[in-house]
Design a protein around this ligand. Structure first.
Ligand code: 4NP
Length: 188
């Protein structure tokens, strides 16, 4: 069950203010296993930001709420889908997020409502952190409120293709928001 923050589109699409304006803006994209959705989104968003000249201003990484795949490479179906679209997912190593990491990020992006709730549960009594946890697709201007990126792990190649489409649309929207926040970036 998502709270009011994600149901309110104007709040959901706003970008949390940088914690420290003198340092890069740090984003962590979070799914369950950190081998499919969040590393795909990480690679796509990082590429978008580099193309917008924001590689130095915004740092993107990813993690999973579960520990089962920590230390593993990206799922071969996810990296195959990235390759098919011209992206390279070969450098990924899966990680599990822990509560004491949350303070390190300006924005934490959950793929689905379960990831979102799991992140909130890692930040009890930390309203400053809670306000920085959002659904990734809240930055896709064409997505409905509460839209998720569905878990493709038990699915087909078509499900991985859908994940790509969803994360690419959200990454484009988010990169646009970040470009407005950090106008010093220049297209490379
Ligand atoms: P992800 O996908 O959360 O997009 O990385 C999954 C990966 C592994 C599992 C579930 C989802 N699993 O159950 O092991």
């Amino acid at each position: 069950m998502l709270d009011d923050m994600t149901a309110d589109r104007s709040v959901a699409q706003s970008l949390p203010k940088p914690r420290n304006p003198d340092e890069p803006y740090r984003i962590c994209i979070v799914c369950l296993g950190n081998i499919c959705r969040s590393p795909m989104a990480e690679v796509v968003l990082r590429t978008e930001l580099a193309e917008a000249g924001l590689a130095g201003e915004v740092i993107v990484d990813s993690a999973g709420t579960g520990d089962w795949h920590a230390g593993e490479a990206m799922d071969s179906r996810a990296s195959a889908e990235l390759s098919r679209r011209g992206f390279d997912g070969s450098g990924h190593v899966a990680r599990q997020i822990s509560g004491h990491w949350l303070d390190r990020y300006d924005l934490l992006l959950a793929m689905d409502a379960n990831n979102y709730e799991d992140l909130l549960a890692l930040a009890p009594g930390q309203p400053g952190v809670r306000a920085r946890i959002r659904l990734l697709r809240s930055f896709d201007p064409d997505a409905p409120a509460g839209a998720e990126v569905p878990d493709p792990y038990y699915g087909s190649p078509a499900d991985y293709a859908e994940v790509f489409e969803l994360v690419a649309a959200a990454a484009a929207g988010l990169a646009g928001r970040l470009a407005a926040e950090f106008p010093t970036g220049s297209p490379s």
